[in-house]
Design a protein around this ligand. Structure first.
Ligand SMILES: [Zn+2]
Length: 566
């Protein structure tokens, strides 16, 4: 179905009180004009779910409110003259305290549209059509929902079956690829090769049982769900697989095997990003053709319609979750920021973001060689793949976007190793809406550093600064690192803390937690925390004087004097 609206989805980082303080936040606002337009959004966050409020010309009504492990989630419906504007929403996600983490908007500026005059009471919705706001009647006919004009013209139609009859089916897939689960590299002892996409036993043995949502209709299970539909878009032609039972069991050389690979891994990426709080991305049924050509090439396209295509050449692309996740991340990126990537560096960033996602995805399943990008599809006689463990710095840039992408993807993989893939991917997705068609890697590094200050309260600033400085992506303050507790713990920036210019941080050199107690010079306990990964102390919270920290890590206690001088 053709999409009726151009929905612009952007990150709105409007942490009410936090926002005003951060120079980073101010810079983000300046760079993103839309943010400024909506900077009064925090007043909308109202616990009363029936209350409607106006912001400029936009009237919003709270439509849904949910709570999760991340925080609170508000979905507002835009209204005009008492009727909802179909598809015009504002989603605001906050942490548990109510500080805004991010928000996504498809709100429209009603004043820029020609508004149809008519009897509002006789209609249920407004529909945006080109530059017009049209009155529409809603109709539910069986499974089909339509919005029609007074004269009967259909403005919008949706078959709700695709969204309401999802069930769960079982299938066997490579997860993420046969080499990872076998723990071998391509061609080991002459085995584990492509063998012309045949049913070679060692490869078939690496298929794993999984399950994913699929559509059930009239006695048949279809490879379609809310996020993807296997569709024959291009030659070689085939009929998408269906099943009379809830199981799709194919061997590797069968076409159906590529179909279930695509369905399963796309569904899993959606589940992953939703677990990070991104529940509004690629929020439609994307057409996916897992045998779209005989070439060794896959792509995402959004013109004229969004679709994913996988080639069969070399190792068939849809047999490697890396390729599926990479291409699907292009769709995610397009959903976050519909602009075209124009500059070579921006294109390198785009490829690197997709590669970093497939590395993080692989690492979550099985860390074996997770930094090998396209571990099964590439790194073989057909193609070298890409290296997500490269030491390249920004100085090694050559002007080829695939080659240069390794600078950024390898930096992301190092960060994923240190801060965990969830934090890394959340930061990475959060910078996408802020990128322009010509963003450079140093600009992206600065955005990531700033975004960390907004969504993670700068918790990751030392790790980001170290990595970006090492990659020559900018001049970031890396803090003064001192070692305590027999080099098992590091303390950063006691000098900045002492003179009141910057916070100090204490954290273990390895992963792990510690307990800490802070006493003032009279021995009075000021602060006590257990099982923390990092302690950040802001000099503004301390009066001048000496302090003593008791740090207990792995059963060993160390003491540290901290001074706050001016
Ligand atoms: Zn790509």
């Amino acid at each position: 179905m053709k999409k009726l609206f151009i929905l612009s989805s952007f990150l709105l980082s409007v942490g009410a009180s936090v926002f005003a303080q951060h120079p980073a936040a101010k810079r983000l606002m300046e760079q993103t004009p839309l943010l400024v337009k909506h900077q009064n959004i925090p007043v909308l966050i109202n616990p009363n779910p029936t209350h409607a409020q106006a912001t400029g010309n936009q009237t919003l009504v709270l439509k849904t409110y949910t709570e999760s492990n991340v925080g609170k989630h508000y979905l507002y419906q835009q209204m005009h003259d008492g009727l909802p504007i179909y598809g015009a929403y504002l989603k605001v996600n906050t942490n548990k305290k109510g500080d805004v983490l991010n928000s996504f908007s498809t709100l429209v500026d009603v004043t820029s549209l020609n508004i149809e005059s008519g009897d509002v009471l006789n209609h249920q919705y407004w529909v945006i059509s080109d530059k017009e706001l049209l009155l529409a009647k809603a109709q539910q006919d069986g499974h089909v929902f339509t919005l029609k004009q007074q004269d009967g013209t259909t403005l919008f139609e949706k078959d709700k079956r695709l969204f309401f009859t999802d069930t769960v089916v079982k299938a066997r897939v490579f997860n993420p690829d046969p080499l990872t689960t076998a723990g071998v590299t391509y061609g080991k002892d002459g085995t584990y090769r492509n063998f012309n996409d045949s049913d070679y036993a060692l490869l078939n043995d690496q298929r794993k049982w999984v399950s994913f949502p699929a559509q059930y209709d009239n006695g048949l299970f279809h490879l379609k769900n809310k996020y993807a539909a296997i569709t024959n878009l291009k030659s070689p032609n085939y009929t998408p697989s269906t099943s009379t039972i809830d199981t799709f069991d194919f061997t590797r050389k069968q076409i159906g095997f590529k179909e279930v690979m695509a369905m399963y891994h796309i569904s899993q990426v959606q589940a992953f990003i939703q677990s990070l709080g991104f529940d509004n991305l690629v929020n439609y049924q994307l057409k996916v053709d897992p045998h779209s050509s005989t070439a060794d090439q896959s792509y995402f396209t959004y013109d004229p319609d969004t679709s994913l295509h996988f080639g069969l050449g070399g190792v068939p692309d849809a047999e490697d979750a890396d390729v599926i996740v990479h291409e699907y991340t292009h769709a995610i990126s397009h959903s976050l920021n519909p602009g075209d990537a124009i500059g070579t560096e921006r294109r390198a960033l785009e490829e690197a973001i997709c590669d970093a996602m497939c590395c993080a995805y692989s690492k979550r399943i099985n860390p074996f060689l997770w930094k090998n990008i396209f571990g099964w599809d590439g790194h073989n006689e057909f193609w070298n793949g890409r290296d997500g463990a490269s030491n390249k710095t920004y100085d090694n840039k050559v002007g080829d976007f695939y080659s240069d992408s390794e600078i950024w993807s390898s930096a992301m993989n190092n960060l994923s190793e240190k801060m965990g893939e969830d934090v890394l991917i959340k930061l990475l997705l959060s910078i996408i809406p802020q990128l322009t068609p010509n963003s450079t890697m140093p600009q992206a590094a600065q955005l990531m550093y700033d975004t960390d200050s907004i969504i993670y309260n700068s918790q990751n600033r030392w790790l980001l600064a170290e990595e970006f400085v090492a990659r020559k992506l900018g001049d970031f303050y890396t803090g003064v690192k001192e070692l305590v507790l027999d080099e098992k713990m590091s303390i950063y920036n006691t000098f900045g803390f002492a003179n009141g210019t910057a916070p100090t941080s204490i954290k273990p050199n390895q992963n792990g937690t510690f307990d800490v107690k802070l006493f003032d010079v009279n021995g009075k306990l000021i602060l006590s925390k257990n099982n923390i990964n990092q302690l950040d102390l802001n000099p503004n919270d301390f009066s001048l004087g000496m302090y003593v920290l008791h740090i207990t890590y792995n059963g060993q206690t160390g003491y540290l004097k901290l001074s706050r001088q001016q």
